[in-house]
Design a protein around this ligand. Structure first.
Ligand SMILES: Cc1cc2nc3c(=O)[nH]c(=O)nc-3n(C[C@H](O)[C@H](O)[C@H](O)COP(=O)(O)O)c2cc1C
Length: 268
């Protein structure tokens, strides 16, 4: 999985009738066990057969296999989940499979039952895995249009130079251009793109610009999952461009716009 995979990735909601090849299931199962996250929070994944476990999502056509995950409720768990699940989904994409993050439009009770969610545990999201159909369902086409899924906010609305007063132009992003572009094209819940990054020398600070209604008692803050996804995209592209770093939490205490929260820093 690499920059090419992140560029090629798009949400897929319409699948062919073909079952996922067993060797691909084996590869994904092996990769699941290897995964870790910067917070070392355990995330448990399971691959489910839709018929056997009676699980479904009303926005999907033809989905026969799902991946579902859960964690123990704790600080940073949404970030850890977003980071690991996105890596798993990118692995599926690199194997030729279609995926889509689903945190809302699913039969939640059925998925929770299937993965046996216990007290204190959270099952935040799922993905189908399968082969993308040649033609999207009418519903999928309408959804993509309504949430402008093929568009992203301007680069300089998302990324900043040293502080939030100086928008960062794409032409000035230098060695961080590809990692930042990969964040910009990441998936996010209803394509809200809550990630804001401030580049300060060798340190890149990640912030969440919160939208009302996305932080819910029972499933946590969905936009923190978006931030975990952004962390994975940034790190994969940084590694591929020869920039090894690590995530730390060391708040630089910048002046922040409204509803904006410090999340983490990528330190080269
Ligand atoms: C955390 C998260 C939750 C999402 N939940 C849903 C969902 O419940 N239903 C759905 O159809 N799409 C869902 N999506 C998919 C987004 O709508 C999609 O990623 C976004 O519109 C951008 O489109 P793209 O992934 O094709 O680039 C979710 C995405 C993320 C990251």
């Amino acid at each position: 999985m690499n920059i090419g995979t992140m560029r090629a990735r798009r949400s897929v909601r319409t699948f062919t009738e073909e079952s996922v090849a067993s060797e691909l299931i084996e590869k994904l199962s092996a990769y699941m066990k290897e995964l870790d996250n910067p917070f070392h929070i355990p995330i448990e994944f399971q691959i489910l057969d839709a018929k056997e476990h009676k699980v479904s999502s009303p926005v999907l056509v033809g989905a026969q296999t799902y991946i579902v995950g859960k964690y123990q409720r704790q600080p940073n768990a949404e970030l850890a989940f977003g980071y690991e699940f996105e890596k798993l989904m990118l692995c599926a994409v690199s194997l030729g499979l279609g995926t889509v993050w689903i945190a809302g439009t699913m039969d939640r009770k059925a998925f929770e039952r299937a993965i046996e969610v216990k007290d204190g545990e959270v099952m935040p999201a799922i993905t189908p895995i399968g082969y993308a159909a040649n033609k999207k369902s009418i519903r999928e086409g309408m959804m993509r249009k309504a949430i402008k899924a093929d568009e992203r906010m301007d680069f300089e609305k998302l990324f900043f130079d040293r502080n939030f007063e100086h928008p960062l132009k794409e032409a000035d992003a230098g060695r961080f251009l590809l990692p930042l572009q990969m964040v910009r094209w990441a998936p996010s819940a209803t394509n809200k793109q809550p990630w804001r990054l401030v580049v300060d020398g060798n340190r890149i600070h990640f912030y969440e610009e919160k939208t009302k209604g996305y932080d819910r008692e029972e499933i946590g803050d969905v936009q923190k999952i978006d931030l975990g996804i952004a962390m994975a995209h940034f790190e994969i592209a940084a590694n591929e461009t020869g920039q090894k770093g690590r995530f730390v939490q060391a708040n630089p205490k910048l002046m922040l716009p409204e509803n904006t929260e410090y999340i983490t820093t990528f330190e080269l």
